[in-house]
Design a binder for this molecule. Structure first.
Ligand code: FMN
Length: 309
């Protein structure tokens, strides 16, 4: 390819993305909220806020708190449920040129499978991202994502329920991510998303109260980036399937770090809240980096740190 042209397209299972940059679930609403702020059709894909079978009210407020170089949130996976999503948001999303990745969750293996089945029959969905950082009600509240057996069960049940590409979004709250990455791959996941938020807490010393009504929440933003990059690097060593890397990405250099660690694509999360154009800036910056370094295809640098290239 001459004239400074670079190829940014990547493949996540059957899903083709025109560039490797998407947005992280829960930080971009259902796409429509950001439609006036950036050209959605320039993204690699849109990932929507987590959906379970029925509507969810979420946690009491305050549900977010700023911390140094990041934020805590305990939204409580508020959402409209499958029917509410299909009615209210799908008519807008399905008309976009870029694929929609639907982040799904449940409190039982059966619920995950049912939600996957419902989106399979909807038609036109790009992929399903499985948020496994949720409690398993039947099994005493342990998180699906911190138990290899449960993780396998969720992925396998969804695999049976749909032919859509599956992206297992791994929890960072484990001693070693490799067995979880492998378990998801073996159970039929087409890709991994690494990473979800880290458990955290902040206290208002004036009132002597936790800053979140839920007391604890998920830590995200630039403060988690080095930990997330390491998790991507470890997961990429363990599996052959592609990885979507995320955690504190603010600019193209951050995104390229994730790609070099082994991610095929990346997602911008918390940064969307303070700079809605971040994902587009990341795309432009990756293109500029590739032109400057004479890299024709973004896949050339994916995992280059693994290979020592
Ligand atoms: C307010 C908020 C809501 C989130 N909601 C979800 C969700 O519904 N499902 C999910 O899998 N991840 C959710 N996440 C996690 C993000 O998708 C992402 O994994 C995490 O924020 C790390 O990326 P970042 O540091 O760039 O924000 C949420 C994060 C934030 C900040």
């Amino acid at each position: 390819m001459g004239g400074g042209q670079v190829n940014l397209a990547v493949q996540i299972g059957k899903l083709r993305m025109q560039n490797p940059v998407t947005v992280a679930s829960g930080t971009f609403g259902y796409g429509v909220e950001y439609a006036q702020l950036l050209d959605l059709n320039q993204l690699g894909a849109i990932v929507v806020k987590g959906i379970r079978l029925n509507p969810v009210r979420g946690n009491p407020t305050p549900r977010t708190a700023e911390v140094t170089s990041g934020m805590l949130n305990a939204i409580g996976l508020q959402g409209p449920g499958v029917d509410g999503f299909v009615k209210k948001y799908w008519p807008f999303l399905k008309e976009l040129k870029v694929p929609t990745i639907i982040n799904i969750w449940g409190t039982t293996v059966e619920e995950y499978a049912e939600v996957a089945r419902r989106f399979d029959t909807l038609g036109g969905v790009g992929a399903l991202e499985l948020n496994v950082s949720c409690p398993n009600i039947k099994e005493g509240g342990a998180q699906f994502g911190t138990d290899c057996k449960l993780l396998s069960q969720v992925v396998a049940a969804c695999r049976k329920a749909t032919t859509l590409p599956l992206i297992a979004k791994l929890s960072p709250n484990v001693v070693s991510i490799a067995p979880y990455a492998k378990a998801a791959e073996e159970a039929g996941s087409d890709a991994l998303a690494v990473t979800n938020s880290f458990p955290g807490m902040a206290i208002d010393i004036e009132t002597r109260r936790p800053k979140l009504a839920n007391v604890t929440g998920g830590l995200t933003g630039p403060c988690i980036k080095p930990i997330a990059v390491k998790l991507v690097w470890e997961a990429a060593k363990a599996v052959k399937i592609p990885i979507i890397g995320m955690g504190g990405i603010q600019n193209a250099a951050d995104a390229i770090e994730f790609i070099m660690a082994g991610a095929s694509a990346v997602a911008v999360g918390t940064a969307n809240f303070y700079e809605p154009q971040t994902a587009l800036q990341v795309i432009a910056g990756i293109r500029e980096f590739m032109q400057r370094k004479v890299i024709q295809d973004v896949r050339e640098i994916a995992g280059c740190v693994q290979a020592g290239k």
